[in-house]
Design a protein around this ligand. Structure first.
Ligand SMILES: Nc1ncnc2c1ncn2[C@@H]1O[C@H](COP(=O)(O)OP(=O)(O)O)[C@@H](O)[C@H]1O
Ligand SMILES: [Mg+2]
Length: 295
């Protein structure tokens, strides 16, 4: 699949670059030497640009500082936004803080400064049940199914706040993941890694979220199943669910996402459209070269 296949998000896309300008050399702007030396993706990752572009975003994080151990910050002033309808990828080296960012967005670790908003409403450190009722779904990388429960029971856990909508939601999820309907009475613990990933995503979708946070949905899967996960994510996004996806599979992620962030040492180092990031020489050299060889 080529990046040209990626459909644009539905509304006003301030970040999109007209096709005619995408490969045009960037004229050096007057200003401080450091700004002139920055690539467009580096410049877009600055606070000034974030403040300019993040206005009106569906999910927005500003200057986040967070960590696990007192005195040790893992996120060091991280900025992030997700516009309505977008599929945004977060890539970066191991230990960069990608999972930590998702946990901070979902209120799972203490935020020391900065904040998170959803449709302009402050949700910094909000409890999970409130976030779920506001339409945010989170699929952690590991331990994301109840293995002793059946697929159907796992799906019921996903809809516990609105049990009456079970049938309608299950029909939607089973259409996306037919296996979940076919094997609804089977124990989730008996499934393969790829199938469990479907259960985890299905469960999050049961609540009819408007935003889905996915932590490495393709991790540990065979290349064929990885591809399926990316295609499903695109389909879920096309049904109107905005998605934030953390991925080790950087190139594949950038191919399917509308925009991407490269996170390094707890802050965003580069951000741009997926296509532009894949073509940015510094991003290739620093983050895609070795990863690309490993694939
Ligand atoms: N539960 C935890 N307690 C303490 N430190 C943690 C915990 N989880 C992650 N870290 C540390 O936070 C840093 C970022 O981790 P993480 O967000 O998982 O990185 P990534 O997802 O980008 O690989 C790492 O240095 C990691 O050791
Ligand atoms: Mg991680």
């Amino acid at each position: 699949m080529s990046t040209a296949d990626v459909p644009g998000p539905p509304e006003d896309r301030r970040f999109s670059v007209p096709e005619s300008e995408q490969d045009r050399p960037v004229a050096e702007e007057p200003g401080p030497a450091t700004a002139a030396a920055m690539s467009p993706a580096e410049k877009a990752a600055t606070r000034e640009e974030h403040l300019r572009l993040a206005e009106g975003a569906l999910v927005r994080a500003d200057d986040l500082v967070a960590g696990y151990v007192p005195g040790v910050n893992i996120l060091n002033g991280c900025d992030f936004y997700l516009a309505d309808g977008e599929l945004v990828g977060i890539i970066g080296p191991n230990g960069a803080g990608k999972s930590t960012l998702l946990k901070a967005l979902f209120g799972l670790i203490p935020v020391r400064s900065g904040g998170v908003t959803l449709r302009g409403e402050d949700i910094t450190s909000a409890p999970a049940h409130r976030l779920v009722s506001l339409g945010v779904g989170y699929v952690p990388q590991n331990n994301n199914v109840f293995p002793s429960l059946t697929i159907e029971e796992n799906m019921q856990m996903g809809v516990y706040l609105r049990p009456k909508s079970f049938k309608e939601r299950f029909d939607y999820v089973a259409e996306l993941f037919p296996l979940l309907g076919d094997r609804r009475k089977g124990k989730a613990g008996a499934l393969s890694g790829g199938e469990r990933q479907m259960v985890a995503m299905g469960r999050a979708l049961m609540m009819d979220p408007s935003v889905l946070l996915l932590d490495e949905p393709s991790a540990g899967l065979s290349p064929v199943l990885q591809d399926e996960v990316f295609i499903r994510c695109r389909r879920i996004n096309a049904t109107g669910v905005s998605i934030i996806m953390v991925e080790q599979n950087a190139r594949r992620c950038l191919q399917i996402c509308h925009r991407g962030y490269v996170l390094d040492q707890g802050r965003n180092a580069y951000t741009d459209t997926g296509k532009s990031l894949m073509n940015d020489p510094k991003v290739i050299e620093l983050y895609l070269g070795t990863l690309a060889k490993a694939q």
